[in-house]
Ligand binder design. Structure first.
Ligand code: UDP
Ligand code: MN
Length: 289
């Protein structure tokens, strides 16, 4: 066997070894890949990568949870034991008092809005104003609001957001009324109507839309806009987006507030839902592990 023949055979051997090791390398370097028979495929649909050019991740989302001092010991422990650990860097609690213990447990994710601790319209609007304005100071792509009596399926929330181009204007949420909401612009005594997404089901707003909202929300302007129609925070968001900015709400069927009868949600679809709101006996009972 000549020298060049030996080299040639070694080269062929190298190629055989490389082609054997390549699938192993691909598997290790791409955790999303699964080996199925002789072919490899991605966990997510290939088609979805075309219709969803923006690969949003959890870190692109700013999640604001509205709470109040009276719920620090009652509602927050439930969130801290369930969905908070899945997004502890992205979730921020907007409250109305300092709480050193919660500040430690959440790694300083409690924000004192200094809004009064009541359920009055102005005080709820005060908090929502602080929530959106604080989001606008970050570089996050999406703003999502939830109440502290919500359960949120974080992975499903992210999957849902992947379906919407974050460079466009999006107002995502769930209406609780089956018709448009009538509000009156007090100064002109003009009645206007629009859809609004219930705060207690979840509201997500894309950054470009947040920028367009600024003239009506920055600083204390959210409160002033709320005052102009004498409506609470979530109605005010609908008024700004649908009426003043002419952007339609997109209905997210997987959001649920306690305004809905939760036992109407089909049991075999519970895993597909994004949010639930609970109240008194309006709950969903599921077995633990
Ligand atoms: N909330 C608040 N201050 C209050 C009472 C309630 O910020 O004095 C918040 C509460 O933490 C929740 C939301 O407002 O996130 C809605 O309150 P709740 O669920 O008690 O009443 P609902 O409006 O849903 O009937
Ligand atoms: Mn509630």
């Amino acid at each position: 066997m000549g020298k060049s023949q030996i080299l040639g055979n070694m080269f062929k051997l190298l190629i055989v070894i490389a082609s054997c090791l390549a699938p192993l390398y691909i598997l290790i370097s791409h955790p999303n890949l699964k080996h199925e028979g002789r072919t490899f495929h991605f966990d997510f649909k290939i088609g979805s990568t075309i219709s969803r050019p923006n690969h949003i991740t959890l870190d692109d989302v700013y999640i604001a949870v509205k709470t109040s001092s009276s719920f620090h010991q009652t509602r927050l422990p439930m969130i801290l034991q369930t969905w908070f650990p899945l997004a502890n860097d992205q979730i921020w609690f907007f409250t109305d008092a300092d709480d050193l213990v919660l500040q430690m447990i959440t790694d300083r994710h409690m924000i004192n809005t200094y809004c009064p601790p009541t359920h009055f319209r102005r005080d709820l609007s005060c908090k929502m104003g602080v929530e959106i304005n604080t989001f606008m100071t970050t570089n996050k792509t999406w703003f999502c609001h939830f109440d502290d009596d919500n359960y949120v399926n974080i992975p499903n929330l992210i999957e849902m957001l992947k379906g919407y181009d974050p460079e466009a204007d999006w107002y995502l949420g769930r209406n609780s009324y089956s018709t448009r909401y009538n509000a009156t612009i007090i100064k002109r005594m003009e009645t206007v109507n629009f859809w609004f997404a219930t705060g207690g089901a979840g509201i997500c707003i894309s950054r470009p839309l947040g920028v367009k909202m600024l003239p009506y929300i920055s600083g204390v302007k959210f409160l002033h806009t709320s005052d102009s129609i004498l409506e609470p925070d979530d109605v005010t968001v609908g008024f700004i987006i649908e009426h003043l900015l002419n952007v339609s709400m997109t209905r997210i069927a997987e959001f649920h507030s306690h305004e809905e009868k939760l036992n109407l949600v089909k049991r075999d679809t519970i895993k597909e839902q994004v949010s639930f709101g609970y109240q008194n006996k309006n709950i969903i009972e599921i077995e633990g592990r």
